[in-house]
Ligand binder design. Structure first.
Ligand code: S5P
Length: 272
């Protein structure tokens, strides 16, 4: 099934933009380029937040929605029966369905420790992740340390510029400092995790979690936007959807619905 190609929205987007393909041509980071090209060719800006806790559930979910997503975002440390075969199977599926794998590790320690967390331990994230999430809270050192390690392992960093949860402590000044730090590491930063687009620099991908079609939030402070609102009003390039998809009665059909909503909203941004 392919999504409709013609936009159906009448809301004017806040952020007119270049197409994914045009942006891929100006990316300094190779993973950002890969992701934008894939989004363009596969016609999807949907990322799945696959927060399930067993290998079987994860692989079944990926088989159900793989054809609809551009990125699989995972928390590998919540899998109770993790083994190396899981990584092997996920990499196979990433090739088969064509998506990038983001390990949402949210590195936040001093640089030296973050590199050890990235390259060592039972998960050995550096050996399989295309993208990883990073908090810049520790200061410039975390990026100075992670950047060469990411380059060596051909992994792109997504910096947390905002958080979607109510009462998040991130201020505007913090966000601006994160964007400035990204400029120092243009070849290894693929983009940002945002609530509102933080940079009109076409080479960075603005990834937005906290997206749900039917809910406004959860009991623990999560806050949701609809896909249309995320893309048209908040400038998302990639919408990240978890429970909205994997808790649905039919995750594949729901992923298709989110995919259509997200991609049509993107097409609308190209009209302005
Ligand atoms: O600010 C954030 C950043 C992230 S990466 N807010 C988030 O919700 N996330 C992640 O997005 C979170 O860790 C989870 O994996 C996903 C949202 O899941 P959902 O079930 O609420 O859609």
């Amino acid at each position: 099934m392919q999504p409709e190609k013609q936009p159906t929205h009448t809301i004017a987007p806040k952020h007119a933009q270049l197409s994914y393909a045009e942006r891929a041509a100006v990316c300094a980071n190779s993973r950002a380029r890969d992701l934008l090209l894939l989004m363009h060719e596969k016609q999807t800006n949907l990322a799945l937040a696959a927060d399930v806790t067993t290998k079987q559930e994860l692989l079944a979910l990926v088989d159900a929605v793989g054809e609809h997503i551009c990125m699989l975002k995972m928390h590998i440390d919540i899998i109770t029966d993790f083994d190396q075969d899981l990584i092997h199977q996920l990499r196979q599926r990433a090739k088969q369905y064509r998506f990038l794998i983001c390990e949402d590790r949210k590195f936040a320690d001093i640089g030296n420790t973050s590199v050890l967390q990235f390259t060592c331990g039972m998960y050995c994230i550096a050996s399989w992740a295309d993208l990883v999430t990073v908090h810049a809270i520790a200061g410039a050192g975390i990026l100075q340390a992670l950047s060469p390690a990411c380059k060596e392992h051909e992994c792109g960093m997504l910096l947390l510029a905002h958080m979607s949860s109510r009462g998040a402590l991130i201020t505007d000044a913090y966000t601006q400092a994160v964007v400035a730090m990204a400029r120092e590491h243009a070849t290894t930063v693929a983009g940002f995790i945002v609530r509102d687009r933080v940079s009109d620099d076409a080479s960075y991908i603005n990834c937005m979690p906290g997206v749900h079609l039917a809910s406004k939030g959860d009991a623990c402070g999560q806050q949701y936007l609809t896909p249309e609102c995320a893309v048209l009003e908040h400038g998302a390039d990639v919408i990240i959807v978890g429970r909205g998809i994997y808790q649905a009665a039919d995750p594949a059909a729901m992923a298709y619905t989110y995919r259509q909503a997200g991609f049509e909203a993107y097409l609308t941004t190209l009209l302005y």
